[in-house]
Write a protein that binds this ligand. Structure first.
Ligand code: NAP
Length: 336
């Protein structure tokens, strides 16, 4: 096969505050035919995720920063166009970390094969991907028990909607917060939450008192900030908190002040555990078995917000911080 021209999105400059289109640039690159042991892949879907914002800063974290002038990276689902690797053939669907581009070639070890018959295929970037694993892991870490009262923030998003549904399936009473009335209805009507509220139209502390007057056993924190502060006050004695994310502060130029009520940790003997999905990759088999069975049985809902075209990937990414997604934010790339 001759060389392929592929478009890719590169980081042009490091954002200050909320990223804008000016921080990114579209570029073209030539992809050489694959060598022995390599495959050529066309991306069909790519993931945009809040953690990518941290990688746009020039600061070492648990993953290295994106480099200026280089293509961005992230989860992607593609199909093999040409294979020179023994375990893959043209037409196979694969997950990689090489999103934000149309085509690429890679060694076979950079690919994870997935079942093409499962639809939508983009589910491997959400419910059956690292997003689903994050939600599942958060509930494993602090041993959720039936009957417990669970609060999930960012509940209508990718991780939150799966965490809340799994907590319901474990027999818990689940309360969720989200930023629009449409999302509040989605949590009640589609995800089976017992209660949900719009954190933009009412104080979180009051909403929690109303939804769970006896207090919270478990808080799955996706947003940090004022919601974490309100949850700390609403926890029961011996309550547990999973610190999964803190999106309310990802665009802050100065770190936000911590909650003023941390002393609740002492008086209520709370447990707070940080979660990093990368630590859970060795449990992929257990996660996949449970969650894919629940999905096939129709007991877990998969919701996606799909934005079409690589040209709109930056818009989709920035949209995460404006709450434009219900469920997993996915960018669909043309398939031919
Ligand atoms: P997501 O929830 O699908 O998308 C982001 C959502 O965050 C938006 O839809 C928006 O919903 C909400 N949001 C945006 N700005 C906010 C603000 N200032 N305050 C409160 N909510 C805000 O994203 P996700 O991929 O599922 O990630 C959710 C969280 O989990 C993030 O904090 C992410 O970093 C974290 N995470 C952690 C790990 C890990 O390994 N620890 C792995 C994956 C994700 P509303 O309309 O409701 O505001």
């Amino acid at each position: 096969m001759s060389k392929i021209i592929s478009r890719e999105i590169r980081l042009a400059s490091r954002p200050k505050g909320l990223p804008s289109a000016a921080n990114f640039t579209m570029a073209q690159t030539e992809i050489e035919p694959p060598h022995e042991g390599e495959v050529l892949v066309r991306n069909l879907f790519m993931s945009v995720d809040p953690y990518m914002r941290g990688r746009m800063n020039d600061r070492k974290s648990y993953v290295p920063p994106f480099e200026i002038g280089k293509p961005l990276e992230g989860g992607a689902l593609g199909e093999i166009i040409e294979s020179r690797a023994p375990n893959f053939k043209a037409g196979d669907a694969v997950v990689t970390g090489l999103g934000w581009r149309e085509f690429f070639k890679a060694p076979a070890k950079a690919l994870r094969a997935v079942n093409r018959e499962v639809q939508p295929l983009s589910i491997y970037l959400g419910l059956l991907g690292t997003t689903g694993l994050t939600a599942w892991a958060g509930l494993q870490m602090l041993e959720l028990k039936p009957g417990e009262i669970v609060f999930v923030s960012g509940a209508a998003g990718a991780v939150g909607s799966v965490a809340g549904q799994l907590a319901k399936l474990r027999g818990c009473h689940v309360v969720g917060s989200a930023g629009t009335e449409e999302k509040v209805r989605f949590l009640l009507n589609d995800c089976g939450f017992d209660s949900s509220f719009n954190y933009k139209t009412q104080p979180v502390g009051e909403a929690l008192k109303h939804a769970a007057p006896e207090g919270l056993d478990f808080y799955f924190d996706n947003v940090g900030g004022e919601t974490l502060q309100a949850a700390l006050s609403a926890m029961k004695v011996h309550g547990r908190i999973i610190a999964c994310g803190s999106i309310s502060g990802y665009n802050d130029e100065k770190p936000m002040p911590g909650p003023s009520n941390l002393f609740n940790i002492v008086t209520k003997r709370l447990t707070i555990k940080g979660l990093l999905v990368l630590d859970w990759l060795s449990r992929w088999g257990d996660f996949e078995k449970e969650v894919s069975e629940l999905y096939r049985a129709g007991r877990l809902k998969n919701r996606e917000t799909v934005v079409e075209g690589l040209d709109r990937a930056v818009e989709a990414f920035i949209g995460l911080f404006d709450g434009l997604n219900v469920g997993k934010m996915i960018v669909k790339l043309p398939s031919s």
